[in-house]
Design a protein around this ligand. Structure first.
Ligand code: FAD
Length: 456
């Protein structure tokens, strides 16, 4: 079979980059249609400004921004001319708090206290209680209860792109995610075992020296962090990580792939500080992605993983009630959902989740894996830029939903649909849309680099 085993890299031998790219070119129009043309999937409710802010370190030390720090963060972008800093970056000023289905929400049937949902009552119709949490959740779910604090956000009006958020605050968040939540203290895999040999296009002939040197330094640092944290773990010395740390490797790849996708978007939709235009920034791409093929590999890995989750949940969504309050819209939404799920199912065995949590320490790792992923979702409250936090939270929730579908539900054994909240579904499909547009952007970037090389 040609499944992308969690053990494997995305390699040419099997489900290659080009296989995934071809799939993406077919499915992407449906994904865009779903996430951009339906109310259900283009509004997301979340608590963007959690009381207490960052739960992991003291907000007062200035390292982690909260609402007040948001303006500070943007003001520190000294290179951005004021005139369009206000006009363009001003759009970061948070969500639009309205939702077309809000009135209808009040009339929705309430969740029965116990037992199954009523006939024709989909999970999406249910207004959830505060803090309701399923032990199978991989992230802290956003809830839509009327009492919960949160806003509806138009994802279309707040696109993920360059924001200028950088420096200590951003570093601290990524650091916390990689260091504290990636099993590094116990037995973090060596970079070489992470499938980093899959190079989409070798950068060898490419001579952007300054960028190269800088990227080289970064890569070394990245490896030092990873090697350093496992250096004292003698149990791993000489052992093949292939069998030893499968789940941990997958965890790392999911995080790194998400990070790579965020980087791709900020490079693709970048604010040219000279012209004031939003446009692709090739240097940004080279620096953050091209010179780090392992990051690109992890992004493709995530695409395969989420594609599999979407395909797996597809049959369940046939009977899902999309409560938009309008029958025609409901039907149209479902048709668009099925176009995506059926498209995603076109490459069978794209990712084989059945290999995980099986052998060795695998089964005992599941809870740890889940808890660590929940931690990552909590760390998102430490992101000091509202828009980055919005997309960080959404994507963490999206991966959380994907992992839940992959590892907590067996289509053959579990009766009934996985209880996915509306927010989880919205996050899942929008995360897929992010990966999908990242893949397209990477293809474009690669062509730009080739064109630049040819012109030299
Ligand atoms: P960073 O991207 O901050 O990376 C820090 C370090 O992590 C690097 O030095 C490298 O060692 C390592 N690293 C980088 N990429 C990877 C990878 N894929 N895999 C493994 N290791 C890696 N900025 C925006 O402009 N728009 C956004 O929408 C946005 N969203 C964000 C969301 C979150 C959750 C966070 C934490 C930050 C976000 N940022 C966003 C900021 C952005 O991600 C960078 O932090 C910022 O641009 C500074 O980049 P940097 O060059 O310092 O490297």
């Amino acid at each position: 079979t040609c499944a992308i085993s969690p053990k494997a890299i995305v390699s040419d031998a099997c489900a290659s980059y080009s296989t995934l790219e071809k799939l993406n070119s077919k499915v992407r129009p449906h994904v865009d249609d779903l996430t951009q043309q339906t109310d259900f999937f283009s509004y997301y409710r979340l608590n963007l400004f959690k009381e207490g802010g960052c739960p992991f370190w003291n907000d007062e030390n200035g390292m982690c921004a909260n609402i007040a720090c948001k303006v500070d963060t943007l003001d520190k972008e000294e290179d951005i001319p004021k005139i369009w800093r206000a006009a363009e970056l001003g759009k970061l000023e948070g969500p639009v708090a309205k939702h077309p289905g809000k009135t209808a929400q009040k009339e929705r049937p309430q969740r029965p206290l116990q037992g199954s949902l009523g006939e024709n009552v989909g999970e999406s119709c249910v207004v959830e209680a505060d803090d309701e949490c399923d032990e199978r959740d991989y992230c802290v779910p956003e809830d839509e209860s009327v009492t919960a604090k949160g806003d509806y956000v138009s994802l279309i009006q707040n696109p993920e792109r360059f924001t200028g958020y950088a420096g200590d605050g951003a570093n601290m968040v990524w650091d916390a995610i990689y260091r504290e939540n990636c099993f590094q203290k116990s037995s973090f895999p060596h970079t070489a075992a992470l499938g980093m040999t899959s190079v989409p296009r070798g950068p060898a002939a490419f001579d952007f020296r300054a960028v190269l040197q800088d990227a080289g330094r970064q890569q070394m640092l990245e490896q030092q962090v990873q090697q350093g944290s496992q250096g004292t773990n003698s149990a791993l010395t000489g052992l093949g990580f292939e069998d030893e740390c499968l789940e941990k490797r997958v965890f790392y790849r999911v995080i790194s792939g998400m990070h790579a996708s965020i980087s791709t978007h900020l490079c693709w939709d970048f604010l040219n500080q000279t012209t004031g235009q939003w446009q692709p920034n090739t240097q940004c791409y080279i620096h953050r992605l091209h010179m780090h093929p392992e990051r690109i590999s992890n992004l493709y890995f995530n695409y395969a993983l989420v594609t599999r989750a979407i395909a797996k949940i597809g049959p369940q969504l046939r009977s899902y009630t999309f409560c938009t309050g309008d029958d025609d819209q409901d039907a149209a939404t479902k048709a668009k959902v099925l176009a995506v799920t059926e498209g995603a199912a076109a490459v069978p065995h794209i990712f084989d989740e059945s290999l995980m949590f099986k052998n060795g320490e695998g089964p005992s790792l599941k809870e740890d894996f889940r808890n660590r992923f929940r931690n990552v979702s909590r760390i998102m409250d430490c992101v000091g830029c509202d828009k980055c936090r919005l997309w960080g939270k959404l994507q963490t929730a999206g991966y959380g939903a994907a992992l839940k579908i992959l590892f907590e539900f067996d289509n053959n054994k579990t009766p009934g649909a996985p209880e996915l909240k509306r927010t989880e579904l919205v996050a899942l499909f929008n995360t897929y849309a992010r990966l999908s547009s990242s893949m397209s952007a990477l293809t474009e970037f690669r062509s730009m680099v080739e064109a630049a090389e040819a012109a030299e």
